[in-house]
Ligand binder design. Sequence first.
Ligand SMILES: Nc1ncnc2c1ncn2[C@@H]1O[C@H](COP(=O)(O)OP(=O)(O)OP(=O)(O)O)[C@@H](O)[C@H]1O
Ligand SMILES: [Mg+2]
Length: 461
Amino acid sequence: MKAAANKSKILIVGDDKQIRWSFGAALLDAGYEVEVARQIGEASEIISRVKPHILLLDLDLAKDSAIDLMHTLRDDSADTRALLLHTGGPSSVATECVKMGAVRAFQKPLAPKKILPVIHDLLADSEIRKMAKKAEPIVIGNRETDRFILGADSKMRDIFNIVERVAASPRSTILIDGESGVGKELIAKAIHHSTKTKKGPFIEINCGSLPGNLLESELFGHEKGSFTDAKSRKKGLIEIADGGTLFLDEIGEMPIGLQAVLLRVIETKRFKRVGGTEDVEVDLRFVAATNQNLKEAVAEKRFRKDLYYRLNVVPIHVPPLRERIQDIPILATYFIDMFNRELSRQIRGLSPTARARLQEYDWPGNVRELRNVIERAILLESDDLILLEHLPLEISAGLREDHLPVEKEEEEFTPIPLSEAERRQILKTIEWARGNKTKAARTLGISRQTLREKLRQYEAK
Ligand SMILES: Nc1ncnc2c1ncn2[C@@H]1O[C@H](COP(=O)(O)OP(=O)(O)OP(=O)(O)O)[C@@H](O)[C@H]1O
Ligand SMILES: [Mg+2]
């Protein structure tokens, strides 16, 4: 059963001819390349040679050797994802295989078409992992640290190109704008660290955090005796950042009076300390950031037009996360790996439905919010996959993974009385609403009172 190269490869292992043929045919029909093996020895040889993307292993074959095969998989083809088929209730072999990395175990009998969406999602997920590994356009410091920017969306690639280009001109001023949490500070640091000729540090100041006179002395420093508390001369941040980068965060909050002084420093690279008469010369890069619309601020005379144009020499607009949904699973996978290491966990990834929801959500807090969502899920949940119900309510919208519409198989029809159907529907809805009876009643289209009565009747039975 062979088809053209470069398709995803699936190996089916089992001694039940019926299984091999029915699953093999369905997978071939779906466009996959399929290999089959009747025994473990044959399967091991295929795994080493072909390195299949997916292994479909029928545990009824030879239970003990199934574990051997999982070892082979781990040693020879670590990227292969294993799915198990088994008969009967919980089995220790299945549990052991899952511990060794098998993704899921399915009970037989199972219609081949049930497994198709699972395989499809697994392959999509491994593609994303590969992309996450490849999409490392800029690495600042090493991957273990915070100073690592990831992005695959073309808008982010444009930004990375700008960062590379401005690295060659250590004096040019840059204005970064974008919503809160999009990564403005990270980009400012990236610019600093990629500037090869830099000799000084990266210094940041939030222009909205201090009243005008304090901000002035913080930026420019002061001479001894320049005001009551000035017992000695103090260097300002501009001087400290000499040779490096001064990151002016929330530039839109800077008092208008100070804006004129700042403009002069940017233009002349000279300034006077507060209370000083001498000019101090510096050589540094200014990077400013804002989450306001500075053009509007200029129109409303809250921000100096000349300073705006001076800062805006190289503008960088960082798009919100909802406008680069391709980056969402990549960033999520990166954060999963990061928090796995930090919290000593082994979460394998996102369930397909959780991933889909993350891509639909509008992320008002952008990448910072995504990072927090992943950290929370990894910290609080014990499953080895992040499921829909591990996400905060505003994202999951109260849905649970096991209540989502699944691939419908024509289930065998078992006639039951209408009252029993009603009872099952009511109890399932309450479970779905996580015990919230008001919500359950509303969903069922009955009053809370009616719901309560029905529950009383069921209890009485
Ligand atoms: N592309 C990215 N790759 C990896 N991590 C990112 C990326 N973008 C943002 N982050 C992470 O998201 C968080 C927020 O980023 P950052 O502080 O740079 O945002 P910001 O735009 O400066 O936000 P604010 O406007 O609130 O100051 C940080 O933890 C940062 O490491
Ligand atoms: Mg910031």
